[in-house]
Design a protein around this ligand. Sequence first.
Ligand code: NAG
Ligand code: NAG
Ligand code: NAG
Length: 404
Amino acid sequence: MASFFSSLLFFALLISATNAQTTPTLPIWKDMKTSQFYTTIQMGSNLVAINAVIDLGGPFLWFACNDYVSNTYAPIPCGSTKCEVAKGIGCVGCNLPPRPGCTNDTCGASPYNPFMDMLVSQGYAEDTFYMKDRLSLPDFSFSCMDKDFLEGLASGSTGMLGLARTDISFHKQAAHRFNLPDKFSLCLPSSGIGKLSVGVSPFSGSLKTTPLIINPVSTYPIYVTGEPSDEYFIDVRSIRVEGKPLSVKNSYFSIDENGVGGTKISTIRNFTALHNSIYKPFTRAFLKAAADMKIKSIAAVPPFRACFSSDSISRTPAGPSAPTIDLVLPGNDVYWRINGGNSLVEIDQKTTCLAFVDGGSNPRTSIVIGAHQLEENLLEFDLVSSQLRFSSSLLVQNNSCSRL
Ligand SMILES: *[C@@H]1O[C@H](CO)[C@@H](O)[C@H](O)[C@H]1NC(C)=O
Ligand SMILES: *[C@@H]1O[C@H](CO)[C@@H](O)[C@H](O)[C@H]1NC(C)=O
Ligand SMILES: *[C@@H]1O[C@H](CO)[C@@H](O)[C@H](O)[C@H]1NC(C)=O
């Protein structure tokens, strides 16, 4: 009996020890020039270092394979189980000398570069993916990309790391490998080093919770009819500026049967884009609330429509002091508060603007929450319970992504 308990105890200790060691984690940096966020990974037998831009709505990892050399690289054959899991489309071949990214009978992939708005026909492959501490994910599925299609990516980046709700996104493959629940947390830093971690939360403070909802129609540029979107949508019901709800038709906030409308979260849009019919009353309300706070409005600098004299804005340790913006969510008193640090952007020493842009009068998605509004906010995507947990600005709690 005693030995049964001690072996149970030993087992429990072993489990917690392995857990402590195996939280798959990636560092995140901000590229100041493009406002993109990227991570560094190592791939294959030669541990090739790759900078990949974080794409929350991207379905999988892709990177330029033109000069890639690895003994452990293998194309994923068409018709294989791995091809099915990747939802590969068709079978691709190549008439040039064989190399990674140029093989016959390969499961078809369609990596997309959103900055070029370009979809490319390539093949899926697998190789070992290394994180810091040499934590590895063997046989990691990804797609090659041709190096001619890297335009728009932050300088030094040759790929994108997808975190969407697919079976071959980074978090899904990492959670599967380490037997962790399919959850990941994302903290985009305004400076310093942020963090992407899978399975276990790096944060012990309190978070608010809202359901992640499914858009019934895919938002990827290529898809099979009837497939839902793999991107992350939340059910914003209204927007308040300094406590006052905007008067906007409810229909913009919901998603219709064609997948139009609603609110999604994006790490590749630098500023939140609002449907024109939301943007207009939103800017008006913000200008009015700012005037009430004696913040001086000045000529707007495109693409922004509301800009202010930086001198007239007072500073707090959590960033500039500005009218509060709340994204109101379902439930009793649940809202995502956006403070000055996330609502305003300094264009130059004298000019600070409301960091939201006009999404036009016919956008696919009414509200696309962009990266500037996500900075220094901890977001936990729990795909087991289909919930998003969020902190709002960590700076308000005297914390930051780089300190988690
Ligand atoms: C925001 O993104 C657009 C489009 O990708 C880009 O042209 C612009 O330079 C970015 N702005 C900033 C301030 O990073
Ligand atoms: C693919 O098959 C074709 C036809 O058999 C052949 O000419 C070509 O060299 C092959 N390509 C590669 C990359 O092996
Ligand atoms: C904020 O956190 C830092 C580092 O943890 C600490 O040194 C400082 O005293 C804190 N400031 C306040 C006002 O709590």
